[in-house]
Write a protein that binds this ligand. Structure first.
Ligand SMILES: Nc1ncnc2c1ncn2[C@@H]1O[C@H](COP(=O)(O)OP(=O)(O)O)[C@@H](O)[C@H]1O
Ligand SMILES: [Mg+2]
Length: 311
């Protein structure tokens, strides 16, 4: 896979569970769990190759210039320390603040992420908070160092819809205030439409299609993207697609055959799919896809699910 993220921009990584989204996020910041490892490639961040950086350098970057929010806040909040003190630690280490200033700032941050009575909640342990509050506390900690890039791996997946919307709105607001870039992992196209500039669609560890958000919705080119979009339940009567689940199961990534990994599930499968290279070809402005055979026009021409028959 290969992608570029501009300062201040937001890239969505989307794909079914198991498509390698989390592993991509972890690779960027050197947190691939053992025995996994990154065997080749480059991760250029502000002119430096992170893959070539020492552990010490990476530890400095993590939680500093690059902030991270994971699906499960228990994984990044330490259960034995008060939430406020964990943020104070970030501010002391990454921003060089003294304890008093850091404490004041930590309370401000808790307030900023929408935690009521922040001065009181400062003294809570993670287990004393609700899921939504813990997630907010984790965001406060992730943005404490004012990162240039925030990697948010399904930051709201475990939360109810209202809290989810609040937290995503908060992230967008913070982004507008600070100009940080964001990689947002999500399988919710509604979220993506609202919060992202670009989308990279992942399948079996590859990016199979990448384009600006509106372009992905208007002209989904790769059969997998088309299938994903068609699988979303939608209430909008003007919507052109009927809901059709993606058939079959995603492959196990350790047992990938050569060629296109989506071909066993693809309704457009043909001779040649078993040997096609997974390289991205341009199909439109700023729009690349890994499938050399199918475009959005093919989908429009063949889909029985298209309601108005018009592209
Ligand atoms: N690039 C890769 N090469 C080999 N295996 C991978 C790769 N990316 C992911 N995997 C395997 O697939 C599993 C699921 O990946 P993950 O990143 O957790 O998917 P997602 O976050 O999209 O659900 C991982 O646990 C790992 O075993
Ligand atoms: Mg994941």
């Amino acid at each position: 896979m290969s992608f570029t993220l501009e300062r201040g921009a937001t890239l969505a990584l989307v794909g079914e569970s198991g498509s390698g989204k989390s592993m991509t996020c972890r690779s960027i910041i050197g947190l691939v769990p053992k025995p996994g490892e990154v065997i080749e490639g480059r991760v250029m961040f502000d002119g430096r190759d992170l893959l070539g950086s020492s552990r010490t350098e990476l530890r400095k970057v993590r939680g500093g210039e690059i902030g991270m929010v994971f699906q499960d806040p228990t994984a990044s909040l330490n259960p034995v320390y008060k939430v406020g003190n964990q943020i104070v630690e970030v501010l002391r280490i990454k921003r060089g603040m003294g304890t008093r200033e850091a404490t004041r700032r930590a309370i401000e941050l808790l307030d900023r992420v929408g935690i009521a009575s922040p001065a009181t909640q400062f003294h809570s342990y993670p287990h004393e908070m609700s899921g939504g509050m813990r997630q907010r506390a984790m965001i406060a900690s992730a943005i404490a160092a004012e990162p240039m890039l925030l990697i948010a791996d399904e930051p709201t997946a475990a939360l109810d819809v209202t809290v989810q919307a609040q937290i995503l709105a908060l992230l967008t607001e913070l982004q507008q205030d600070t100009g940080m870039a964001m990689i947002l992992v999500s399988h919710d196209f509604g979220v993506i439409a609202q919060h992202c500039d670009h989308v990279a669609v992942m399948y079996a560890g590859y990016i199979v299609e990448q384009a600006p958000v509106q372009e992905i919705f208007d002209h989904p080119s790769h059969p997998y993207t088309q299938a994903l979009l068609a699988s979303i339940p939608q209430l909008d009567p003007a919507n052109r697609w009927e809901m059709v689940p993606v058939r079959g199961q995603p492959p196990e990534l350790s047992k990938l055959a050569p060629g296109c990994p989506f071909s066993p599930r693809c309704e457009f499968v043909r001779d040649g799919c078993e040997s096609v290279p997974m390289s991205l070809q341009e199909v439109g402005p700023d729009h690349v896809t890994a499938c050399p055979f199918v475009t959005w026009r093919d989908r429009v021409a063949t889909s029985p699910h298209l309601r108005d028959g018009q592209p």
